[in-house]
Design a protein. Structure first.
Length: 310
């Protein structure tokens, strides 16, 4: 008996609920499928399913065995897939979704270096701050920033994302430097619209009353615009250091209330399945995991006062 083929036959029967449909799926005769299942039952010494003229019903033993057998078959296929990758390398088109500001600032060099390492992989990069549905919209990977909720998706952490409050030295000279969160009510806040309803951040409560002491709010759904407004002296921004780190490093912006900064968020590579992972996806996830450094270079350069690489 070929145990692997017998397992495949039984798993197909369990999934389809029919020997005929299982045979069609496996492209073999119903008689051969039935033979494989019978041989497997004889080998295990238990009945795996009850056969009727209309339907196949799994026994308790069959239900348990089908789940474990399915995972074993996944592992075997995944192992063979990985060995094949060593021979032929990653290839195909990799569809990636990423946030706009992060993508524009920090993905061009990564994509370029990745394709130099894996020249047979094409990249279709879509920048959007909207949370895409990876499966429905056909993406292989989404890069996401935040505190991710549990889901059926796999999320691999890449780097921590620090959030800081900052303003230009000229703005602080004119309006004073906040010493406590309560002081923010006396200042103009440059609001990032996607963060307005994120109650997981402690800044959310502190910033509710800000924005009216020195004019009407500026609200925008793009962090780069808000950081530029902060550099121009229009108010206080609360943004990730991957956007404002360069301006902090060269003195155009000054960090305030550093001791009240929230715990870092995370940048994650999110993808749909761990089993039978395509080589292009596996290679990209492994590549991006160590690319930005620890701490990421935008934090390291901001702390040292040196310029970030272009």
């Amino acid at each position: 008996m070929d145990r692997i083929e017998a397992m495949r036959a039984f798993v197909a029967v369990a999934a389809e609920g029919s020997f005929t449909r299982a045979a069609e799926r496996l492209e073999m005769s119903p008689q051969l499928v039935s033979k494989y299942v019978s041989q497997l039952e004889a080998h295990l010494g238990v009945r795996l399913c009850n056969r009727t003229t209309r339907k196949v019903n799994l026994t308790e033993a069959g239900s348990r065995y089908s789940q474990r057998a399915q995972q074993v078959l996944y592992d075997i296929d995944d192992m063979e897939n990985q060995l094949g990758d060593l021979h032929k390398g990653a290839q195909g088109v990799l569809r990636i979704s990423a946030p706009v500001s992060f993508g524009m600032r920090h993905l061009p060099s990564l994509i370029s270096d990745f394709q130099k390492t894996h020249p047979a992989v094409g990249v279709d990069l879509q920048l959007n701050d909207r949370k895409v549905d990876i499966v429905e919209e056909g993406f292989d990977i989404a890069l996401r920033i935040g505190n991710l909720k549990s889901s059926s998706l796999i999320a691999r952490p890449i780097v921590p994302i620090r959030l800081v409050m900052c303003a230009s030295p000229a703005y602080l000279a004119d309006h004073g430097t906040p010493v406590t969160p309560e002081d923010l009510k006396l200042h103009r806040y440059l609001r990032y619209s996607y963060m307005e309803n994120d109650t997981s951040l402690p800044m959310h409560e502190w910033l509710k009353g800000t924005g009216h002491a020195h004019g009407v709010d500026l609200v925008c759904n793009n962090g780069d615009v808000l950081v530029k407004a902060a550099i121009d002296g229009l108010g206080i921004a609360f943004q990730p250091t991957f956007i404002c780190g360069e301006a902090i490093a060269d003195g155009r912006l000054q960090v305030i209330l550093a001791e009240y900064a929230p715990a870092p968020l995370g940048l994650y590579a999110v993808y749909a399945h761990r089993t039978l992972l395509a080589s292009k996806v596996r290679c990209f996830v492994d590549f991006v995991a160590g690319y930005y450094g620890d701490p990421p270079y935008w934090d390291g350069f901001a702390a040292s006062g040196r310029q970030m690489p272009v």
